[in-house]
Every structure is written in structure tokens, then in C-alpha cells.
Design a protein around this ligand. Sequence first.
Ligand code: GLU
Length: 502
Amino acid sequence: MAERQIRVRFAPSPTGYLHVGGARTALFNWLLARRRGGVFVLRIEDTDRERSSEVMTRAILDGMEWLGLSWDEGPFHQADGVERHRRDALRLLEAGHAYRCFCTPAELESKRARAAGAQEAYRYDRNCLLRVSPEEAERRAAAGQPFALRCHVPEGVSAWEDVVHGRIEFANAEIEDFIVLRSDGTPVYNLAVVSDDLDMRITHVLRGDDHISNTPKQILLYRALGQEPPVFGHVPMILGPDGKRLSKRHGATAIGEYREQGLLPWALVNFLALLGWSPGTDEEIFDVPELIARFSLEGINKKSAIFDSQKLIWLNGQHLTRASAERLEPLVTERLVAAGIANADALRTRRAWVHGLIDLLKVRARNLDDIVRQARPYLAEAIDYEQEAVQKHWKHPAQVRQRLAALRQRYAGLERWDEQTLEAELRAVADELGTAAGKLIHPLRVSLTGMAVSPGIFEVLVTMGRELALRRLDAALAALERREREAPSSPDTVVPGAPPAA
Ligand code: GLU
């Protein structure tokens, strides 16, 4: 018989941004669906009206889109299913798996307080099951007395074969007759989830370990509704390096923050996949198609995962180096435009050049912001000179200016503007000035990029192009002249033989 199609879902509550744990849950479900030709459903669990917001829903969708976790069905809104949730609660009542509870909040509160006083665990005492006959319950309901519906938990155990943890078992005696429909007619969370998962024909529920305690109740509801529960898998929690549950104290936890920081979405996907799943080898760098090809439920770990931000930075650098310029182009362009360094149309007309620039810079970058920072000298009209670079390589402005002026003149007269010609010419000028090539290269780098570190200087010159490179050199010569004037007593301007300054 053909295996039935896998249907999974991601069911975030829009009470906060998409965070690392949620994104990891979404990813595992998505990978399973993609691996097994299944369907990935997105359901927004917004029944808690007060805590849910449109803004958060939007942020969750944006985060998923950015990560590339495309959904096949939805987004559905749990709040739209309230009528069905109610109908399912009433089916439980009709089938005798639920009963009406007329206990008032005040009564329940005093029972709870009494249990607390006696240091006993509180559990509903089944007052309305044991002391209110079905006929009386009918009569009271018809007379308009408010009631909640409680699930009548049978004897026995609720157990399941968890795909991550193996068999998990709860004694039903430990589970109170929990409410499924409140007296104001609103369904409780566990009923809504089961009703929705049935309606959406979900076959596998992969979610965080924090939901384990909900699962026995949900299994009871499936059975009471005469249905088979789906396969459950509870994914281990994500911890910070200190072993405590990952939180803001450990740094960024919202996916949007990583986007802002200039991480590559597929690097973050790689990182998230390894939080609780292992490929069974030592390999760590996977692109999304590789993750899909390798993902399996058996590879999910039982042990909690540690969030290592250094590893994330490293992985991002690895992916950056490996990515083609073509793939990086839209991400880099977006940020160059946002930073006001370039305009999108101009970049589009020189795509081949942009690709060359990205290839030049990506190897020295750990994230997209590094690329943008390094790209500025090739695009912006003016640059700033980094203090440290200036102090190190423009220490003697008069001397440096004289050398660079000589080089500028020779470069301006060149017929060819390629690495070989530029290098030969620089070495010739250095020889003529009786100095080492480095004495020209380092100050030249500062002049062109404002930085002490850059790709090879001749690649820089070629990528920058003759016109801009010469303009940069002119600006540098002017800046050097200013420095000379500002520091007239610096040693390189002292006339030989003159008495030392007082
Ligand atoms: N809405 C729940 C949450 O955000 C998930 C429910 C589930 O996956 O069953 O934690």
C-alpha cells in the first residue's frame, strides 16, 4: 500500500517575533515535508486575542519567507475555527466523553486554596460528574445556568511512541478532568489544536519539548473524538552556553535581528538545522538542498542543543565564501542601497562589475555588513580614512605625499590598467624613489580604501577603475597636504641642519 502523504504544520502563536526556537521547529517540519514529498501547513494560533497581534503575525511570516521556509497551505488562523472547535466540544459531550461543569470560579478558587493550605496538589474533584445527574445538568443548562465542558478522563494510561524520545507514558490518574470549552464558549488551547490538526489532516506533529505535557491530553481528545492521533516528536530545547534556556540574555534570539546583522538566511538555516539534529557525520556545512536530502527524524537528538554564536559567525563566513556572487547580489544590493552607498538602477546596469566586486570582498567578510563596509570605496564619491590606518601608513605626510604624487603621475599616463601593468609601474616608481614597494603600497591602500586592510592592491585598483582610483589619489594628496600643514613640526618636515624646535 502506498504510504499516505505526510502533512505537517508550524503553528506559532503571534505573541512575539519569530525566534530561534520557533524557527527551528518550523525548519524541522519543513525539512520533513520537503524530504518526504509532504505538505507543510502554516497555522497562526491567534485564539488568545489579547496577546496576539497583526504586527507579530507579519513578523513571523516575514521571518519564514526570509529563511525560505515556504508553506504549501495557509496561513490559516486558528481564531477562524472557533465554531468547529465548539462543535467538536459538543461532540465530546454527546458521546459522553465530556460533561457540563457548573462550578463557579469562586467555588473552584476556594477548593484550590484549601488544597494549597493542606499542601496537596489540586485536581478537580469531579463534583459535577459525581453529584450532578445528566438530567439535572440538562435542566440547569436549559435554564441558562453557565457551564464549562470538561473532558471525562478515563482510567488507564496515555502513551505514545515519540519519534525523538521513544515511548512516553502518562498515567491518566495524574490528569484532571480538564476544561475543553470555557463557560464563555471559548475553546481551550488543547481542544483547538486537536480540532485543527484533525481538520488539516496532520500526520506528524513536531514541536518543542515544552509541549510534552500537553500531548497526553491531546491524545485523550483524539481518542474521545474517535480518531487516531498523529505521530508526535518533541524536539529538545535550545540552551545558552551557560546551560540555561536560551533567552535574550544570551544575545539575539529574534530571527529578524540576524537578518539585520547581515547573516545569510541559508547559513542561519544550516545553523538551526544543527541545533538538535545531526547528519550522522562530522560535516557541518550544508546548503538547503543538502539538508533536505539528508534530513530524517532518526537524526533528531534527545539531548538539548547548545546555541553557540561563534559557530554561527563561522558558518556564515563559510557560506559567504562559498556563495556565488550571483546568489549574493540581491542581498548585497539591498544593503548597499539601504546604506545610501549606491542606487539600485546604477548597480543593475553594471552587474558583471558588481559580481566581480562581491567576489573580491566576500572572502574577507564574515557577514553582509562587512561586504557593504568594504564596498564603500568602490562606489561612494568620498571616503573616510580610518584613524589607525592613517597613523600607521601616513605617519610622515610630506614624504608619503611626494611618493604618491609620483605614482599618481605615472598611473595617469598608463595605457593599460591591468594588475600586471599596475604592479610593474609601482615597482619601477619605488625603485626610482629608492624605496621598497611596500612604502608605496600601504599608503596607497589607505588612499584608495581608507583602510589598512583590503584585497590585493592591484585588484583593488583594477576593480576601482582608473578614473575613480585617480580621483581617490587626488583626494588623498589633498588630505596629506592638510595634515602636513596641521603638523608642521613633524620630523619629516624638519629642514636638515635646523635647530630642534624649542
Ligand atoms: N502555538 C504553539 C506554540 O507556539 C504550538 C502548538 C503546537 O505546535 O502544537 O508554542
